[in-house]
Design a protein around this ligand. Structure first.
Ligand code: NAP
Length: 342
């Protein structure tokens, strides 16, 4: 190929993003110099954090500058190398964003070794989302035998992995998801003890019934209605790893209705609940044990994963907008170019 398709951030959205916030351009394929590699994206990961990079509000990471290629993790193949650490044909996990070809000096680029597991998992259960679930549970959630964990977005890459690890550790896993089909998948395929549709009228009652011994760990992925239903069910010394707040990411005004903060703080005090926000990069020390444990669990069928695939980089904007609304069913991956291992 002689051309490179790139998806740029065109505007910073106010509220829900739109396809018009992106621009697709065709550029030349870049040429490498000494010390560099040229990679071709095979799979591009779409993730909720990308909504944050479209905004210039203060956060834990810099925003994507307007006019730049959208940020994103990829599984790529090395097409050409003038870097002694990489060879043509190496399959790597890198962070070259929403474009087909990219140049890198090799820093932060991780080679994937053939292990019989599809390479797309390098941006899924064996990549950033899996590491998030593993480290957040290990360091904050700390599931124990007989405890009850609740997690929303239960069919997505983080939530599905959180629930399955909790089960491996002997806890009950109660999922929350946005459709009956997603809930059936969480119970029948992933082994969750129960899963509830957060759009049901009596969701709050269903949650109380599914957690007869209260909630020991609430893995916060979404906030909003799910968090409010959880608060009255929290147990003494419960833990709440705050991983994401997806229902709030595109909000422009404070939520309407009663201020729920006093009831949350009362629950924190009376239950001595530990709430801790975290970002996956906080626990880099656990990367080796994550890769080792998760590779084994996936190989043994103890941790299963589902992918939601979108064809073509030009459809990435639509894919991200859908993900933010729950249209995805599994880890959202854009098939950008041919997978030489498939
Ligand atoms: N802290 C970190 O380092 C870190 C790293 C990775 C991810 N995260 C966070 O973890 C969470 C899950 O990420 P993921 O990659 O696994 O996403 P995901 O499950 O693939 O997709 C997001 C899901 O959120 C649910 N959702 C969207 N709007 C919602 C709403 N208003 N109320 C309830 N649920 C809603 C939808 O599922 P349903 O249809 O089932 O509701 C949607 O499919 C996100 O909040 C993300 O930002 C944090």
């Amino acid at each position: 190929m002689t051309t490179n398709t790139k998806v740029l951030l065109k505007h910073r959205p106010n509220g829900e993003p739109a396809e018009t916030d992106f621009e697709i351009i065709i550029d030349d394929v870049p040429v490498i110099e000494d010390g560099q590699i040229l990679t071709r994206t095979i799979y591009l990961s779409l993730d909720p954090y990308m909504r944050g990079r479209m905004s210039d509000a203060r956060s834990y990471a810099e925003p994507t500058p307007v006019g730049d290629v959208m940020t994103g993790g990829t599984v790529s193949v090395v097409e050409a190398s003038k870097n002694e650490k990489f060879e043509e044909g190496d399959i790597v996990v890198t962070h070259t964003g929403w474009q087909v070809y990219a140049i890198s000096d090799g820093r932060g680029v991780r080679k994937l070794r053939a292990n019989g597991i599809p390479i797309s998992t390098g941006i899924g259960v064996l990549g950033m989302p899996g590491m998030t679930a593993y480290t957040g549970l290990k360091n904050i959630g700390k599931p124990k035998v007989g405890e009850t964990l609740v997690v929303a977005a239960a069919s997505g890459p983080v939530g599905s992995t959180v629930g399955q690890i909790a089960r491996i550790k002997g806890s009950r896993a109660v999922g929350v998801a946005g459709s009956d089909e997603k809930c059936a998948f969480a119970v029948n395929e992933l082994g969750f003890d129960a899963c509830l549709n957060h759009k049901a009228k009596n969701f709050e009652d269903q949650l109380a019934a599914a957690c007869p011994d209260g909630i020991d760990i609430y893995w916060e992925n979404v906030a909003g209605r799910v968090l409010e239903a959880v608060i009255p069910q929290l147990n003494f010394f419960s833990r709440m790893p705050v991983c994401g707040l997806i229902s709030q990411y595109s909000m422009t005004d404070p939520p309407i209705g009663e201020n729920k903060l006093p009831s949350l703080m009362r629950a924190v005090l009376t239950n001595r609940t530990c709430i801790q926000g975290f970002i996956v990069t906080d626990f880099g020390k656990d990367f080796k044990s994550f890769i080792s444990d998760m590779t084994q669990w996936v190989a043994d069928g103890k941790v299963k994963f589902k992918e939601h695939r979108i064809k073509g980089i030009e459809n990435a904007p639509k894919g991200l907008l859908g993900l933010l609304k729950g249209d995805n069913f599994g880890k959202t991956i854009v098939e950008v170019s041919d997978d030489p291992t498939a």
